[in-house]
Ligand binder design. Structure first.
Ligand code: CA
Length: 588
């Protein structure tokens, strides 16, 4: 009897502890306002990557020193593009090859690790990366390279549910952090280079049960699902064959591989979509919706409420996946996106109407500008790679030099927005490419490009540039150049700081108003991941994952040669202020 009572009390205690720790929709919304925990990718579902914390600020950042570091270990390194999450004294951080670790956030002590057993046949186009997890209830949920979702108990690391999203044999994979929006788990898919069909899906985060599915290639049917799995048609995405010739839409790509953002004020989730497949644009005359677009999806119904297409009939692999960050400007809810195609767009977040568009890189060859009335680019026709069927042997179209390169004015590395300065902090790259088209036919699980390319540098002294950009004027307020291409994301804080990493291994901090670099630390390998900050026991911590890799060394052509001295790695670094003497700030 007595034993029974103790066991009941213990159960109650554990029950209430779990209830206290369980992540709710409200906690996620509040976390962006308090900054004490990091409950989502993007430090809030809007993805602003702005923290209200200011214990670490421009006057004391020189005293930032390592608190702890943790190695992902093993023989598996490659690109580490993950953003850590912080909850209940724990850090949840994913690593290359679909691994996830839970660490004590104050000490770095390992609590548990989960490693997905990956089949040999996976086909990630651009390295074996993972960009982070999502938290909901007592679960931490992440996506894997074999196109599955895995939900683990935050305390034990035990698998609570696991769902197959798509067929990795057809080229599908997953690397983005899932998004919690209005109590649902939202995910995209990767695989645009293999002719997959892009889609956004919503699930019950506690069980993995599918709630709705919304294809992002025009012509495909959307579905909703009952609790028992019964499937209902939820309307065709767009109008079949309106913007795609023949059967091309059946393998049309448009993969929303970088995940999405969500604004509770509009009730919309914003997903960017990748290139239409194949790359050879002459095979698919038309706009090829909804490729290279931002799609705004009503989270409750799974319907596309509006879309904005940055690159209609893309011929340069300008995936429009880049994050759409909502913010307030001129008293209205806007959204901003620095597109891979080199243009920065400001749209009305409710209806998608274009408000402003301007270049955020200095060399753009494929369009002379964006028509603010129609929202369409003014194409420079001579910069589209030539049609192979027009060549003498029909095997290779005329080659053109294009900028940006297909690796983009910006790629997967997320920018940040500071409501304090009203500026966006954009990790930009200046580079170009030789690109040409070739004939291609679809074959399941094979690369579906119909193009060849070589990435080229434009300037001898730099490729990367962290730029502070005014969304109202399009002005670059300041920039910090970087020799190697920037590939990590950005964090900005109420302490007046901007943090970002470089492939050369530095985590840097600059004054958000002036761009003056006020602190840097060498992490021992290239940084291609976004930093975070949080509070633990009254102390502000800053963290970033280090580990060189990603698309640049795999696809970078002449640029890859320029960065091939960089070493791989796999570490989480965590920093806090020390009371000691200010650390010396090395020159830029
Ligand atoms: Ca692509």
């Amino acid at each position: 009897m007595r034993l029974k009572l103790i066991s009941v009390l213990t159960t109650l205690a554990i029950g209430s502890m779990t209830a206290q720790a369980a992540v709710t929709e409200k906690m996620i919304e509040d976390s962006a306002k308090t900054g004490t925990e990091v409950l989502t990718s993007g430090l809030g579902t809007q993805g602003q990557r702005f923290s209200v914390l200011k214990q670490v600020n421009t006057s004391n950042v020189a005293r930032l020193v390592p608190a702890w570091a943790f190695s992902f270990g093993g023989e598996k390194q490659r690109g580490q593009e993950s953003q850590p999450l912080i909850h209940d004294g724990k850090m949840f951080v994913t690593a290359s090859y679909s691994r996830i670790y839970a660490l004590d956030a104050a000490t770095g002590k390992k609590l548990w690790k989960y490693e997905q057993r990956l089949p040999d046949g996976i086909m990630p186009c651009c390295d074996v990366v993972n960009r982070g997890a999502a938290l909901f209830g007592n679960l931490v949920i992440f996506a894997t390279l074999d196109a599955q979702l895995v939900a683990l108990d935050q305390n034990t690391g035990d698998v609570v549910w696991k769902e197959k999203v798509a067929d990795y044999n057809a080229g599908y994979s997953e690397s983005a952090a899932p998004l919690i929006a209005n109590g649902l788990l939202l995910t995209g898919v990767s695989g645009g280079e293999f002719g997959v069909v892009g889609r956004v899906e919503a699930r019950d985060p506690m069980t993995g049960r599918l709630v709705w599915s919304r294809p992002t290639v025009e012509g495909h049917m959307g579905y909703t699902y009952d609790a028992d799995g019964t499937k209902h048609e939820n309307g065709i995405s767009g109008t079949t064959n309106q913007t795609w010739p023949g059967d091309l839409w059946k393998t049309g790509g448009a993969a929303p591989w970088l995940g999405g953002t969500y604004d509770p004020k509009t009730g919309l989730a914003y997903f960017g979509t990748g290139n239409p497949a194949p790359w050879n644009s002459h095979l698919r005359q038309g706009d090829n919706l909804f490729s290279c677009s931002t799609v705004a999806i009503d989270v409750k119904t799974g319907k596309i409420v509006w879309h904005y297409q940055g690159t209609p009939n893309d011929g340069w692999d300008f995936d429009g996946v880049n994050e759409f960050i909502t913010f307030d400007m001129n008293g209205k809810r806007m959204g901003a996106k620095a597109d891979r195609n080199g243009f920065f767009y400001v749209l009305d977040a409710k209806n998608g109407h274009l408000q402003n568009a301007f270049p955020f890189v200095k060399k753009i060859t494929w369009a002379s500008g964006i028509d603010l009335k129609t929202g369409r680019p003014n194409f420079i026709d001579s910069d589209r790679p030539g049609d192979p069927t027009a060549s003498a042997d029909g095997k290779k179209g005329s080659s053109v030099f294009s900028a940006p390169s297909f690796l983009g004015g910006k790629n997967q590395m997320p920018m940040a927005y500071s409501p304090q300065t009203g500026l966006f902090y954009v990790p930009a790259n200046e580079w170009g490419m030789e690109i040409w088209n070739e004939p291609i036919t679809y074959k399941k699980g094979a690369a579906y490009l119909g193009a060849g390319f070589t990435i080229k540098t434009i300037h001898d002294d730099y490729i990367g540039a962290l730029r502070a950009i005014d969304p109202k004027t399009g002005k670059i307020v300041w920039e910090v150049k970087n020799s190697a291409p920037l590939w990590g994301g950005v964090l900005t804080t109420a302490g007046g700081l901007v943090f970002w990493g470089t492939p050369e291994g530095y985590l840097k901090a600059a004054d958000a108003r002036t761009g003056k670099v006020v602190w840097q630390f060498q992490t021992g390998s290239g940084v291609v991941a976004p930093p975070v900050t949080w509070m633990e026991n009254g102390q502000q911590y800053v963290s970033v994952v280090s580990g060189w890799g990603g698309a640049v060394p795999l696809w970078g052509g002449e640029v890859a040669k320029k960065v091939n001295f960089l070493e791989q790695g796999g570490m989480v670094w965590v920093f806090k202020l020390t009371g000691g003497a200010p650390a010396k700030v090395a020159s830029n």
